[in-house]
Design a protein around this ligand. Sequence first.
Ligand code: XMP
Length: 505
Amino acid sequence: MILVVDFGGQYNQLIARRVRDLNVYCEVVPYNKALQAAKEKKPAGIIFTGGPNSVYEEKAPKIEKEIFELNIPILGLCYGMQLIAHTLGGSVISSDQREFGKTETSVENVEIFENVKNPTTVWMSHVDRVENLPVGFEVIAKTKNCPIAAMQNKEKNIYAFQYHAEVNHTEQGNDMLKNFIVNICKEKQDWTMANYAITAVEDIKEKVGDGKVLLALSGGVDSSVTAALLSKAIGDKLTCIFVDHGLMRKNEGDEVENAFKDSGMNFIRVNAEERFLNKLKGVTDPEEKRKTIGEEFIRVFEDEGRKIKSVDYLAQGTIYPDVIESGIGDAAVIKSHHNVGGLPDVVDFKDLIEPLRMLFKDEVRELGRELGLADYLVDRQPFPGPGLGIRVIGELSKEKLDILRDADYIFREELEKAGLNKNINQYFAVLTNNRTVGVMGDFRTYDYTLALRAVETTDFMTADWARIPYEILDKVSVRIVNEVGHINRIVYDITSKPPATIEWE
Ligand code: XMP
């Protein structure tokens, strides 16, 4: 395995993705836990990521010298390179010119650049750079503005690039990473989801033994794949409780039920729409709505869970991005996400089972396919835990939810028909709490305004609004006002994130 040491850069998860794409397992650790992790996990190689600091800043993340003495190959990227130089006795300067963007680089004929063209194009984004090499290092790449664009200490197996090999703009970045991981660290490329499924099934069997496992199944990708994996491993020792809070999209509750009810596990669908709507009466504040839905979800789950005798384990669909702690501080909480809240208090569990804990989202999808789950479950776009509860603005009612469900269905159907769903990462409708005057036939109407939202994003932390062709928007608009009652105006949301968020509440 490869250890990725996080110094707080924006591409850190991308580095881990690149390693996994080479079919090599890797884990990300914050820089202050790197030495301990390296000693415990004995990785085949270590990658230091970039980061926003300058090595001379007082608060800049540091690394213990001892990590260089463990006889493990190390590759530093950007800040990672500067830190290697600084820690091992070289020096770093702030250049007066920021080097940014695609840059032509000449490279030496060395192992880490095997099969790399000379010159090659790399992606630079830095102000600081290494000025003097530490003892034992040599220069292996340079650009016009950066005389030490890469360096190595062959004897100690330490390598460093000033540029970002992990981004696509570095033409042969993947080859460079592969040279490091496969040739230098000697890693086998055998991390595949087919292998993962086999090992995970064995591990789950062994851990659970004759015990019973309970899982809250939401129908989202993560909990569905968790259910399929557990079901394969332990069959009817698994009970899945699917809390249908009445805030699902059109037909979604039935789709989830159909996918799982005959799979050999115990599948319980709780139709709790009324219970949720009662709790939500009079609630208009978005945060209060989220909290109410999250809490009620746990209460319903507990009520059902208590009916099942002697449960030993609680399973959860936690995935790797939820687990990775950033190397630098915590990001501000913008919205409270309900599925990462507290654990239900059903009975005394022996332990948690989180079989997707080390997987990225696309690996979870691949695993789902490997386990034979239907495409519509595996390819599902993200859907918030509080569901349509945060897509009907203001107070909820069954009537408003039904209007939204019908309109949202048409929007999604038309985008999918036009093939736009491949590039648009999330798309849905929002029922605003606004009513305006319209005219239909010869009559005045006073009905709701519906908003359409569609975004392109890779990480959902930032997003751009999708440029849907006017003809498609027009088709959607005409269909919705004709086919769905109580909507007489449709608007398209043309804000990116930031400053807006993807969801409206
Ligand atoms: P925002 O609105 O914060 O959303 O830009 C970012 C992404 O997160 C999803 N989202 C949630 N997902 N539980 C979830 O599992 C939640 O409570 C929740 N709230 C928002 C949102 O759909 C988008 O993909």
